[in-house]
Design a protein around this ligand. Structure first.
Ligand SMILES: Nc1ncnc2c1ncn2[C@@H]1O[C@H](COP(=O)(O)OP(=O)(O)O)[C@@H](O)[C@H]1O
Ligand SMILES: [Mg+2]
Length: 292
């Protein structure tokens, strides 16, 4: 059996883990990146990479980060995934879940609409409105890129003058301002790694500053979540449609708040503090999803 891994770097740590987990189960991993794909209409194969007919030769696809690209490239990549899905391909995560979660505004809306706890957040294209929202949110906010990850580009702002300058610059470059009330979390948060309908592993991320991304130096510490947090993470993944998800939860004085849900999470930091073989769990879950 062959399973595809869509990755920008097949020798990257997570992709290597996935390849090894597959080989242990006698599955042949086929790694490729989006720019290598050819899509066809009205003649076959519908989607191929090198000599591989994706629909015919691969049983499933596992997605690593979709990567950067122009709007056209990203839309094309998503279109291809949707087409493969319509033809019955098992894709972890499904394209709809990727679309929902990479867009922080869209994801947070869906979580809020389902009654899950999320921080107060405002989004606008207008610099003057952004400044009003800055005040509405208490004058201490985190400004984030709507499509960001790894904490890159997020800024905590509590000075109205700096806020004004930032909103002006964002608006000038046609960037949407995404502002969130600053949540007092004591420099740590929870990352729950959901696979299927359970939390496969979780960690507390302990930082020296307010950003707790492991990629920015936060220390992962193994933790067992209580039932409330486990249910929260699993429910969040389900609402977004993710089969595999990295759910970021801040523990505020008023209770847990979900700040984001990653549909293509890495797990190198988490793997260093858990006995669960995460890549193996992902592969095992993918096999359980195959249509027989
Ligand atoms: N509203 C907030 N208040 C306090 N800290 C935050 C807030 N939002 C995010 N953070 C911190 O910044 C980190 C990155 O934010 P997040 O929304 O997860 O975006 P990403 O990881 O995609 O860059 C979080 O893990 C958390 O430590
Ligand atoms: Mg995050």
């Amino acid at each position: 059996m062959k399973i595809g891994i869509i990755t920008r770097n097949e020798n990257g740590w997570c992709s290597t883990q996935l390849r090894e987990a597959m080989k242990k189960r006698n599955i042949k991993p086929v790694c490729f990146s989006f720019p290598q794909l050819v899509a066809r209409i009205k003649y076959k194969p519908e989607v191929s990479v090198r000599e591989v007919n994706i629909l015919h030769d691969l049983k499933a696809l596992i997605m690593r980060p979709i990567g950067r690209g122009s709007l056209e490239e990203i839309i094309f990549r998503m279109d291809v995934l949707h087409r493969l899905k319509r033809f019955g391909m098992t894709i972890i995560n499904p394209p709809i879940a990727i679309e929902r979660s990479v867009d922080k505004y869209h994801a947070l809306c869906l979580l809020e609409e389902s009654g899950l706890p999320v921080p107060r957040t405002a989004v606008t294209e207008d610099q003057d409105e952004a400044l009003k929202c800055f005040r509405e949110l208490g004058g201490d906010v985190v400004i984030k890129p709507v499509f960001g990850s790894r904490g890159i580009g997020s800024t905590r702002v509590s000075d109205p003058e700096i806020a004004t300058r930032i909103f002006r610059a964002l608006s000038f470059y046609h960037t949407v301002s995404y502002l969130q009330e600053f949540v007092q979390h004591g420099f740590s948060d929870i990352r729950a790694f959901v696979i299927g309908d359970h939390v496969a592993a979780a960690m507390q991320r302990i930082a020296e500053t307010w950003k707790t991304n492991v990629s920015l130096g936060a220390k992962p510490v193994s933790t067992k979540l209580n039932e409330e947090l486990e249910n929260l993470a699993v429910k969040a993944a389900k609402i977004i449609g993710c089969k595999v998800a990295g759910v970021d939860i801040l523990e505020s004085p008023k209770g847990p708040l979900i700040v984001e849900l990653n549909s293509q999470p890495g797990w190198r930091g988490l793997q260093s503090v858990t006995k669960t073989n995460i890549a193996d769990e992902i592969v095992k879950f993918t096999l359980s999803e195959l249509k027989t």
